[in-house]
Design a binder for this molecule. Sequence first.
Ligand SMILES: Nc1ncnc2c1ncn2[C@@H]1O[C@H](COP(=O)(O)OP(=O)(O)OP(=O)(O)O)[C@@H](O)[C@H]1O
Ligand SMILES: [Mg+2]
Length: 261
Amino acid sequence: MGKVIAVSTNKGGVLKTSITTNLAGVYALQGKKVLIIDTDNQGNAALSFGKNPDNFNTTIYDVLVDGIPPEYSIQNVYENIDILPANDDMAFFEFDVLTKVEQYPQPFMLMTKRLDKIVSDYDVILIDTPPNLGLTQGNVLCFADEVLIPFQPENYSMRSLVKILNAIDEFRERYNPSLSVLGIVATLVDKRTHLHSQVLQECRAYCMNNQITMFDTIIPRTVRFAASVAYEGLPATLTDKNNPLVTSYFELVKEMDGDGS
Ligand SMILES: Nc1ncnc2c1ncn2[C@@H]1O[C@H](COP(=O)(O)OP(=O)(O)OP(=O)(O)O)[C@@H](O)[C@H]1O
Ligand SMILES: [Mg+2]
């Protein structure tokens, strides 16, 4: 039965898309059938596989708003990896739904309603999300089983992490009691930077005191890694096995699946 993991936080540029697509790569190489659901109007998940999001006739928007069957919009982008793409249309999602409350009486439940029936077609469903908390993120948190939260250690980033964790708690109580926080993964880390080490330590202490998993695996900052998406049209986990970054994604999956050291 498919496990639905949302990669969520309200921060931009903290590797939500990179994690989503690279984890998809790891799972696919393990022979698992993976679906990536892109919910961000930037359409970066499809771009990571070399596909222009503007060329899709239908996207997640049409599935959520007009109720077209998800199968019409799902594309195969690599062996074992399908994607339900997003593009600029998603920028209108919130406005289009919230201005027609009579048509959409349960606006947070659209994703669950439209996509529940395809969950069993996949081993893992990974959801890439936009960098804010709005109707889209709300739909994702209603539909997901687990949330993976990327955390970039910078000044003030603990403050916004606590906020998102509280928001998820409130959301769970009101809308999706089976939602759990899978864990927090530190991203764009430069271990030589004193600030990074300090904030990571603070974060680990906070997580321990609040019974939240913080993964030992960190995703380091490196320029080479970004280049793999830009030039090869594939996430690094599917291109460059010798890159130490790629190893960290494999390690992260081990920890997520509970067989880490
Ligand atoms: N390990 C890394 N080190 C440095 N840069 C990276 C690394 N991995 C990815 N990047 C680059 O960092 C940028 C942000 O990554 P990404 O798009 O995954 O973040 P995001 O959280 O999805 O952003 P957004 O909030 O805009 O959706 C991208 O340009 C990406 O290529
Ligand atoms: Mg993104």
